[in-house]
Each structure stands twice: as structure tokens, then as C-alpha cells.
Design a protein around this ligand. Structure first.
Ligand SMILES: Cc1cc2nc3c(=O)[nH]c(=O)nc-3n(C[C@H](O)[C@H](O)[C@H](O)COP(=O)(O)OP(=O)(O)OC[C@H]3O[C@@H](n4cnc5c(N)ncnc54)[C@H](O)[C@@H]3O)c2cc1C
Length: 537
């Protein structure tokens, strides 16, 4: 018997497991479909793409994307302790303050920037110490890169030459400009949500963590979510939650599990003979992601990550935790407004100090560098739907990239700007032939074709169990699933609108805030029960 059952030990699940089990009187069960996080490729920063399509990855593919030449895009998602934070690129970015004010203004009290900033600070252990914007006593290490590639410095210099400002802290007073990213690393090693929040508390007697526990569904008693059913080894196990079941399975897993449990669009569930526990039309809708298009150049000096795995670099990493193996590939970046009408940056750059095309699967001989133009506030919306009632079948993912033509227009600006940056003096000593799109690709039509052929996910799907109060909302502003009891969703899926930046830190913040809300509800329980008993007299 547990008080709380948390489904999914990813960025959000690890935070909740830590915070809820702080009270020794509360019993917490954390269920994770993947295994323990003991592969060395998880911990060596540069090795993350070696985890792609392996046992730590759900290895999803989208449906053929109509605007991308009907390509099915590969979507990695972590299936291991730490979830996607164990396979991600470690960039620590919170998004723009206006993102959270927008969430609040959509009818979600308590989610404005001023409300969520303390939650960001609570989880943070900032290398530069505490300040108005940063915390220094939280579990998550946020660090400067220990070794910065000269190409990253060239990118930042190029931005200034092109007339943009230098930004020394994208998570501080202003997001705009060019700069080096900070990363979730501790002493040159990845600091995933598992490393930061879970491992330090694994020995708590009131916290049980089960890996290899693939959850198949949630059972209701009346309207109340009461039992979680999961596969463990060859058998099926059921556990009961006395207080709450908390779904932290991510933007793909959470809507899939809700639908498998009978919570979702009724007509869709009936297609698969799933009994409807609650007709919630918004489950799986509102899918948003950041598409990214690469513009790659040969590098005329042997400075890129192509030689990162040389013997000397391995020794440097093993002995000092320094050198190119500590790189997260996209060491520098930028936030840019592409037109005077933009209130907030609508384009982000991830500048890769190597040839990073097709998630690193495509290789070339020699050295290269890659501009990754990333659309921050897409108008296009996709959806997650069931393919069958079998929990082991991956759901159907329609990202619908560029369904709204305004998204393509911003990306076109991004590709042109990549070329303008590559043409600056800062890159004179490094710039070789343009590999993609290639010098022959000149007019807008040809550039749009390049975008359709080369765009990939920047790995930030969100929004499929969105928070709000309209008909499409799945959870309320305390993240409780509407129409049922005893069930919350706490992960990237609750974002009503995607943030203008990378999504790991925002997801950790969401879980910090949820933990506070759950604890304060629990503290109020006896009074509520007393009031309830008076009311029923
Ligand atoms: C390759 C890659 C690179 C990225 N780079 C960055 C970056 O540099 N910076 C950044 O900020 N963000 C980055 N992100 C995004 C960021 O990591 C995610 O937004 C964030 O981790 C999402 O957290 P989550 O808790 O919602 O989901 P996850 O962390 O994905 O956690 C979900 C967990 O639930 C488990 N689960 C799912 N279904 C079930 C089930 N049925 N039963 C049991 N367990 C289940 C999963 O195995 C997983 O452990 C990247 C993501 C990827 C994949």
C-alpha cells in the first residue's frame, strides 16, 4: 500500500519522488518502464547520441509528415531512470518570462513568471552562486562548460558582428542575444534528474523505485483513480494508491496511458473497445514541438568534435573531466526576434561544433560545424492518438510541422541568418564549403525545399495534456485530471503553450511546483475531511 504512485522516472518523476518522500510518514512508489541509468554513455556528456535507438530510448517515429516530404521523423525519448534528462543535450534554459505570464493569463493562477521563478531557483545549484534569478542550494547542478570549443566562441563573435547583443545569462534579466549555454553537468558529468533528485534519496525507507515496470493502465473505483497495473518481468502486478496516482510519463507516454485507461476522446476510445471512464476530448491534442533545420559547413581547421574520441581526449576526460568529451555539441546559441513586430524572440540557435545532421547518424570525413535554426513559437499543432489498445504498441504521433505557413516563414529567416552568420569575419579562419543546403541553393523556393528535407525535431514535444479551463484542457491549474479524482499529470505534457526555449528546466520547475501543491493539499486533508463529515451530517 502506497500513498502516492508516480508513473515514470523522468525529469518530472524524479523531482516528485524526491520531494514527496521528504516526509518519512508518506510512502511513495516510483515506476519506470526503462532500466537503471548505469550505461557510461549517459554520464559522459558528448556520448548522448550513442544512446539513440538503443535500450535507453523509446525510439518513436512520427507518422509521415505532409509538409516534410512525407518523412517519418525519428523522435528519441529516454526510457531509463532520469527519462529524457538521461539522454538529452543538457542545455539549461528556462524559456522567456512572457511564456509563464501567458500560461497565467490563459486562466492558470499561480503560473506567472513571478510565481514560478522561486521553483526554478529551488531546484538549482548554480555554479556562479545565488542571485535574483538563480538558486545555489538546490539539487540540480547548473554549470558553465568546462572546455569551450573555439568554434563556439566564433559563433558568439559572429552574432555581435552581425549586430546582435552578447548575452552572458539567457536565464537572467533578458533572454535575447548570443552567448554560451550553461549545462546540467556536475564536475564534467551529466547531471540528469535521476542523478540530481533520485540517487541521493534512493535509500529512503519510504521510497520504492521499480525499474523495468511498464505501466499498462490505471483502474478507477467510481470516479477515483485507485490502482496502477504494470508489467514486471513476465508477470502483471497491481498496486493501490491511497492518496494519488501521478502520471509523469512525458508528452507521449502520459496521453497514451490516459487513453489506455479510458480517459480521452470517447469516440476514439470506443474505436478500440476501451471502456470510457471519462470523456476528455483534449487528451493527446495540442501537441507542440520545436523544429530545427541544419545549415552545415566544412571546417578548414581540425578543431571540431570530429577528433573528440582521440586517445589523448579520452585520457583528459578520465583524469580531469575536461576536454571535448564534456561537450554537449550545441555549446553556444542565440535568441532572436526575426521582425520588429515580435514581442519575444521567435528563433533560437543551437550551434553545433561538429557535423550534426540527422541526430548525428549521418557522418562525413573531416571537420564541420552546423547552425541549428529552431522555431520557438510554432502555430502548427499535432496530436497523439492510440494505434491499438495494446500498451506495448507505440502511439501514433502527428507533429504536423509547418501545417501553418507562418512557421515556415520564420524558419526561412533562420536559414538565411545562418548563412549570414557563417559569412562573418569570425568564421573566416574556419569556413569551408557549404555542405547543406549547398551554394547552388539560392532562391526561397529552393531553401524551403531544403527546410522540408532537413528539418528534424529539437526533442521538445509538449502540450498533450494541457493545463487550463477550456473544453480542450486535460488538467486544471493544480494539474488534477478533470472529471476524475485522485489523478494528476505532472510533466512536459501539461504546458498549455510551448515555452520559448529548451524544455528540461521548465519540466523540473513544473514538478517542483506540483510537489508544493500536493503537499499543501495533503496538509489540508484533515480539515477538509472534518468539514466533509459536518456537511454529510
Ligand atoms: C535527445 C534529446 C535532447 C534534448 N536536449 C535537451 C536539452 O539540451 N535541454 C533541455 O532543456 N531539454 C532537452 N530535451 C528535452 C527534455 O529532456 C524533456 O523535455 C524533458 O526531459 C521531459 O521530461 P518529462 O518528465 O516530461 O518526460 P521524460 O523525461 O521523457 O520522462 C518520462 C518517463 O516516463 C517513463 N514512461 C513512459 N511511459 C511509461 C509507462 N507506460 N510505464 C512506466 N514508465 C513510463 C519513460 O521511460 C521516462 O523515463 C531533450 C530531449 C531529448 C530526447
Amino acid at each position: 500500500m502506497y500513498d502516492y504512485i508516480i508513473i515514470g522516472a523522468g525529469s518530472a518523476g524524479c523531482v516528485l519522488a524526491n520531494r514527496l518522500s521528504e516526509d518519512p510518514a508518506v510512502k511513495v512508489l516510483l515506476l519506470e518502464a526503462g532500466g537503471p541509468d548505469n550505461k557510461q554513455e549517459i554520464h559522459i556528456p558528448l556520448a548522448f547520441s550513442k544512446l539513440f535507438k538503443g535500450p535507453c530510448d523509446w525510439t518513436y517515429f512520427t507518422e509521415p509528415e505532409p509538409q516534410l516530404g512525407n518523412r517519418s521523423l525519428y523522435w528519441p525519448r529516454g526510457k531509463v531512470l532520469g527519462g529524457s534528462s538521461s539522454i538529452n543535450a543538457m542545455i539549461y534554459i528556462r524559456g522567456h518570462r512572457a511564456d509563464y505570464d501567458q500560461w497565467r493569463d490563459l486562466g492558470n493562477p499561480g503560473w506567472g513568471y513571478a510565481d514560478v521563478l522561486p521553483c526554478f531557483k529551488k531546484s538549482e545549484n548554480q555554479e556562479h552562486g545565488a542571485s535574483e534569478y538563480h538558486g545555489a542550494s538546490g539539487p540540480l547542478h547548473v554549470s558553465d562548460l568546462r572546455t569551450v570549443n573555439p568554434l563556439s566562441d566564433a559563433f558568439v563573435q559572429a552574432g555581435q558582428e552581425a549586430g546582435f547583443q552578447r548575452n552572458h545569462d539567457f536565464n537572467g534579466a533578458s533572454q535575447e542575444g548570443f552567448g554560451l549555454y550553461q549545462v546540467t553537468q556536475d564536475n564534467g558529468k551529466r547531471h540528469s534528474a535521476a542523478a540530481a533528485f533520485l540517487h541521493p534519496v534512493m535509500s529512503r525507507k519510504n521510497l520504492t523505485v521499480r525499474t523495468g515496470a511498464h505501466v499498462f493502465g490505471i483502474y478507477f473505483e467510481g470516479k477515483r483513480a485507485a490502482i496502477v497495473s504494470f508489467q514486471q518481468g513476465n508477470g502483471s502486478v497491481q498496486e493501490r494508491a491511497e492518496r494519488e496516482i501521478i502520471l509523469c510519463a512525458g508528452a507521449i507516454g502520459s496521453p497514451q496511458l490516459l487513453m489506455l485507461s479510458g480517459v480521452g476522446p470517447a469516440a476514439h476510445l470506443r474505436q478500440f473497445d476501451i471502456p470510457v471512464a471519462c470523456d476528455l476530448p483534449g487528451v493527446g491534442g495540442n501537441l507542440q514541438d520545436h523544429p530545427c533545420t541544419g545549415v552545415a559547413y566544412e571546417c578548414t581547421k581540425p578543431v571540431s568534435l570530429a577528433s573528440a574520441e582521440d586517445y589523448s581526449n579520452m585520457v583528459r576526460y578520465l583524469l580531469f573531466k575536461k576536454g571535448p568529451l564534456t561537450s554537449n555539441v550545441a555549446e553556444s546559441g542565440a535568441f532572436i526576434k526575426t521582425s520588429a513586430g515580435c514581442q519575444v524572440p521567435d528563433l533560437q540557435f543551437h550551434f553545433g561544433v561538429g557535423y550534426f545532421v540527422e541526430h548525428g547518424f549521418r557522418q562525413i570525413k573531416g571537420h564541420a560545424f552546423t547552425f541549428g535554426a529552431t522555431l520557438l513559437h510554432p502555430y502548427s499543432r499535432g496530436e497523439i492518438r492510440l494505434r491499438s489498445s495494446n500498451p506495448l504498441d507505440a502511439p501514433s504521433i502527428r507533429a504536423n510541422y509547418f501545417a501553418d505557413s507562418r512557421d515556415m516563414d520564420v524558419m526561412l529567416d533562420g536559414v538565411k541568418l545562418s548563412r549570414a552568420l557563417a559569412a562573418t569575419k569570425a568564421f573566416d579562419q574556419y569556413r569551408g564549403t557549404e555542405l547543406h543546403p549547398g551554394p547552388e541553393t539560392k532562391d526561397d523556393r529552393a531553401l524551403r525545399e531544403h527546410i522540408a528535407a532537413f528539418t528534424e525535431t529539437l526533442y521538445h514535444p509538449v502540450g498533450t495534456c494541457k493545463m487550463g479551463h477550456d473544453a480542450a484542457a486535460v488538467v486544471d491549474s493544480e494539474l488534477r485530471v478533470r472529471g476524475v479524482e485522485g489523478l494528476r499529470v505532472v510533466d512536459a505534457s501539461i504546458m498549455p503553450a510551448i515555452v520559448g526555449g529548451n524544455t528540461n528546466a521548465p519540466t523540473i520547475m513544473i514538478a517542483e511546483k506540483a510537489a508544493e501543491m500536493i503537499k499543501s493539499r495533503a496538509a489540508a486533508r484533515p480539515a477538509e475531511s472534518y468539514a466533509g463529515s459536518l456537511a454529510s451530517r
